[in-house]
Design a protein around this ligand. Structure first.
Ligand code: SF4
Length: 212
């Protein structure tokens, strides 16, 4: 299996951006642009609150916050909001990592949140040398925790998505915009201009607008 050098690592969050919209992924990770809207601001505040947590020992569960992660097989690095370690077996049992990712909204129709969580699990497996079979997504809007099983299909999709992000970044190109309903919730809409960009990159348009 291919191993990426650290210099080629992509951000773990790029996988989620890729599954939401390839152009959004390129705007952020190729053109290095960023814009915040209400949804990303709420998400950021939620993550900041979670990140401030102190490690906890609750007997058979230990909790670590803001854990740095990386995987040479995926070629990604990032951070896990929360990793619980569940004691399996008796006193001499093993601590099994269980990643938990916090999201502001509600469960999505696509697999982007699950892929991001699965990427965390693959990082933990590689770093700790222990299988990570399950994790959970916690949604702020529903206040519910959704259990996620890291099955073969989800692992394949995660590797496939990471490969697409690497290819996109290597190509250095930004796909053209195509307006869809999801654009109305996209934080990059004001830079992307999906109804008017006509295939040009946001940077072209941004400077054109500035000069005008
Ligand atoms: S506005 Fe639409 S096309 Fe543009 S980056 Fe966002 S989702 Fe993609």
């Amino acid at each position: 299996m291919k191993k990426f050098p650290e210099s080629e690592f992509i951000q773990l969050s790029a996988l989620q951006h890729m599954l939401f919209c390839e152009r959004q992924c390129a705007l952020i990770h190729v053109e290095q642009l960023w814009a915040e809207n209400r949804f990303t601001a709420e998400g950021r505040i939620m993550h900041e609150r979670v990140d401030r947590g102190d490690s906890k020992d609750m007997g058979r569960i230990r909790v670590a916050y803001s854990l740095p992660l990386q995987s040479r097989h995926l070629g990604v690095s990032g951070k896990a909001d929360v990793v619980e370690f569940h004691l399996s077996g008796g006193k001499q049992g093993k601590w099994v990592p269980f990643p938990v990712e916090y999201k502001r909204g509600k469960p999505k129709k696509n697999d982007s949140d699950k892929v991001q969580l699965c990427a965390q699990a693959l990082c933990l497996e590689e770093m700790l040398g222990h299988p990570v079979e399950n994790g959970a997504l916690f949604y702020g809007k529903t206040r519910r925790r959704l259990d996620v099983v890291f099955d073969d299909a989800l692992r394949r999709l995660t590797f496939e998505t990471a490969r697409k992000v690497h290819d996109l970044i290597d190509s250095g190109t930004t796909p053209t915009a195509r307006y869809e309903k999801k654009c109305d919730t996209c934080s990059m809409k004001s830079l992307c201009l999906p109804k008017t960009s006509n295939g040009k990159t946001s940077v072209d348009l941004y400077f054109k607008k500035l000069l005008e």
